[in-house]
Design a protein around this ligand. Structure first.
Ligand SMILES: C[S@@+](CC[C@H](N)C(=O)[O-])C[C@H]1O[C@@H](n2cnc3c(N)ncnc32)[C@H](O)[C@@H]1O
Length: 484
């Protein structure tokens, strides 16, 4: 019997067991010798119309907070609209900031998102189980009042923390502890202090202490706050770094020392109110969804249980997701300032996630994921995996990350009985050439993301192929969903 993979060994107790993996085919058999841009598998002719949509196409909750390697909402629409109907369950086992489940809910499907990163879970939950506008307004008003009453204590704590920054003597209350300013037991990293104006910092200390992330309304406010924590305009609470991700703490120290940067004063409550106004530009989705926190390897089972617990259909008709890349992103480290706000440990996040695999454990991980999804899939389910080519490993050029979608098919999906509908190409020019001139020199020089489209069985494969050419409506908000 084959030795379990590293990915399987790391599996938490209680999760689903994968079958033993046969040897993974050598790289040379898996499209690695092909020129970039040319898939070794049949092309599924889905025009990448999502590339032609506006950057912020889709529901107004989508841009709640930036998230590395998220896919555009328009891409998910291309598959949700073709491969599911209103009322169907759509699952993303790697939901990140919740793009696919939110878009599914906004189109009348039951969107289920799962992620092992608690920050991703917060963002997904905020989008699929949002606060209503009146709820958010009422809570914000209550926070303003509580701040006004307690401001002197929080301002004094902020001053003292800054004065003692060098030896970190002053402790602050933990996020979510609801404790008063004088009762802290947590140090503040000096880079946090450097990032904000003193008053803004005091307000953040207060807000992070009182927000309860296990409640729907507070979670929505906290998720909105993460989206305005840092960025290069007056809508953000700190301008020390761009919005996309947190620059390294060392960068913050050096930048502040070099430029004498001082963050302008920003009122947390005013900025949050403006952010909420932007989020509530459209009506919330009418269909609520589910956000699960856990490993993609047993997301299928947990999704079924959660759906059943709500009296909802428990079979998934469409899976759409983008698995972690090979050693490209560190979701904890690149979000350390947001993690501080939420009381999360960036190191623990990075230690838990499957972002750091080399090729073989990655393929074994993907196989485990596909095994774990199967019990949740409807007979004619379709599984769509958006898999980017990875050309660099921490700066070094690698060959093993190119043609990754093909490798996932051969080493993870085919052995588990999935049926291949084809590879859709996430590149307008390459797609056009490829579908017209398939077999010719087309698309060789173009680096593309590959979208692996699978059927859970033959019925799913046929549905995927037959639905690929269906025209879909790209207007947004769609009729009936338009804000009045
Ligand atoms: C490429 S991102 C997905 C982004 C998402 N499509 C979006 O639009 O925001 C991959 C995600 O996989 C998550 N992840 C990594 N290892 C995981 C695991 N074992 N189980 C579940 N999620 C995992 C990461 O936290 C990250 O959010």
């Amino acid at each position: 019997m084959a030795r379990p993979s590293a990915a399987s060994e790391a599996r938490p107790p209680g999760s689903i067991r994968a079958l033993p993996h046969p040897a993974i085919p050598p790289a040379s058999q898996l499209a690695l010798d092909l020129p970039l841009g040319e898939p070794a598998l049949p092309v599924l002719s889905i025009a990448p119309e999502w590339k032609q949509q506006q950057r912020l196409w889709g529901h107004s909750y989508h841009p709640m907070c930036s998230y590395l390697a998220s896919f555009p909402a328009a891409l998910t629409h291309a598959f949700i609209a073709r491969y599911s109907r209103p009322g169907d369950v759509v699952l993303d086992p790697f939901s990140g900031r919740g793009t696919a489940p939110l878009q599914a809910c906004a189109e009348g499907r039951i969107g289920v998102g799962n992620d092992l990163n608690p920050f991703a879970h917060l963002l997904t939950a905020a989008k699929v189980a949002p606060a209503t506008r009146p709820e958010a307004r009422t809570r914000l008003a209550a926070l303003r009042l509580a701040w006004a009453a307690g401001a002197p204590g929080w301002l004094a704590l902020a001053e003292k923390t800054a004065a003692d920054a060098a030896d970190r003597r002053t402790l602050v209350p933990r996020a979510g502890s609801e404790a008063p300013p004088g009762s802290g037991d947590e140090e503040v990293p000096p880079e946090v202090l450097l990032s904000f104006h003193r008053r803004t910092f005091a307000q953040l200390l207060f807000v992070r202490t009182v927000l309860r992330l296990d409640t729907r309304v507070d979670r929505f406010l906290a998720a909105a706050l993460t989206g305005i924590l840092h960025g290069k305009s007056a809508t953000y609470l700190s301008e020390v770094m761009p919005n996309t991700f947190s620059m390294a703490p060392r960068y913050v120290r050096e930048y502040v020392a070099r430029t004498g940067f001082q963050s302008p004063e920003r009122d947390v409550f005013d900025c949050l109110e403006l952010k909420l106004n932007r989020l509530y530009r459209q009506h919330p989705p009418t269909t609520p969804g589910l956000a699960l926190l856990g490993d993609a390897r047993d997301a299928g089972q947990r999704a079924r249980e959660a759906l059943r617990g709500r009296g909802l259909p428990d079979r998934v008709r469409l899976v759409i997701g983008s698995p972690p890349y090979l050693r490209v992103v560190k979701y904890g480290y690149y979000n350390w300032l947001r993690a501080w706000l939420l009381g999360l440990d960036p190191r623990a996040i990075d230690a838990a996630l499957d972002d750091a695999h080399h090729r073989e454990p990655y393929l074994a991980f993907m196989r485990d994921v596909l095994v774990g999804l199967r019990p949740a899939l409807a007979e004619d389910a379709i599984v769509v995996l958006v898999i980017g080519d990875v050309e660099l490993d921490r700066g070094r050029r690698i060959r093993t990350g190119v043609g990754l979608a093909e490798q996932v098919w051969a080493a993870a999906a085919e052995p588990e009985g999935y049926r291949l509908a084809g590879i859709a190409i996430d590149d307008v020019a390459a797609h056009r050439k490829m579908t017209k001139l398939w077999g010719d020199e087309a698309g060789r020089a173009t680096k593309t993301d590959r979208i692996l489209v699978l059927g859970s069985g033959e019925a799913g494969r046929r549905r995927a192929i037959n639905g690929a050419g269906l025209p879909i409506d790209w207007s947004w908000p769609q009729r009936g969903l338009r804000a009045v």
